[in-house]
Ligand binder design. Structure first.
Ligand code: IDP
Ligand code: MG
Length: 139
């Protein structure tokens, strides 16, 4: 299987509850390596740009408010099939539909405050990684 990189974001609901370490442990236990990581306060314009694909969805404005409501941890995860594997570790968008043992099943507060973001394709992963990181930051 190919070694891939994917972008992950630990969202404000999770950083507020001090869950960064517990979430990172799930990635590492599943064989994903955290090869870059930083804690940021997103500005409104950064969040709007990052979630631009959702700008016509009814939840867009609330999502932006939520994503800037506290710090996030942006990170690059690397491993075999990292894009798909991370989506499995995260669980479904709606925590009520997320499988047992997934991050969203264990930690999410709601369909919006669902603790983590993960890229949904290799193409988007590359674009999202470039949005937050320079190549020399990926170790
Ligand atoms: P994903 O994060 O599982 O890829 P997307 O459909 O890409 O889900 O949605 C991006 C984010 O927008 C979700 O993670 C969640 O925070 C928020 N979101 C998605 N659907 C809803 C909704 O129906 N109500 C409120 N927020 C939503
Ligand atoms: Mg998505």
């Amino acid at each position: 299987m190919p070694i891939e990189k994917t972008l992950s974001i630990i969202k404000p609901d999770a950083t507020k509850r001090n869950l960064t370490g517990l979430i990172n442990a799930k990635f590492e236990k599943s064989g994903l390596k955290i090869i870059a990581q930083k804690r940021l306060q997103l500005t409104r314009s950064m969040a709007e740009k990052f979630y631009e694909v959702h700008k016509d969805r009814p939840f867009y404005n609330d999502l932006i408010d939520f994503m800037i409501s506290g710090p996030v941890v942006v990170q690059v995860l690397q491993g075999e099939n990292a894009v798909k594997l991370n989506r499995i570790i995260m669980g479904a968008t709606n925590p009520e539909e997320a499988e047992e043992g997934t991050i969203r099943n264990e930690f999410a507060e709601s369909i919006e405050a669902n603790s983590v973001h993960g890229s949904d394709s290799l193409e988007n992963a590359n674009a999202e990684i470039t949005f937050f990181f320079a190549n020399i930051e990926l170790i």
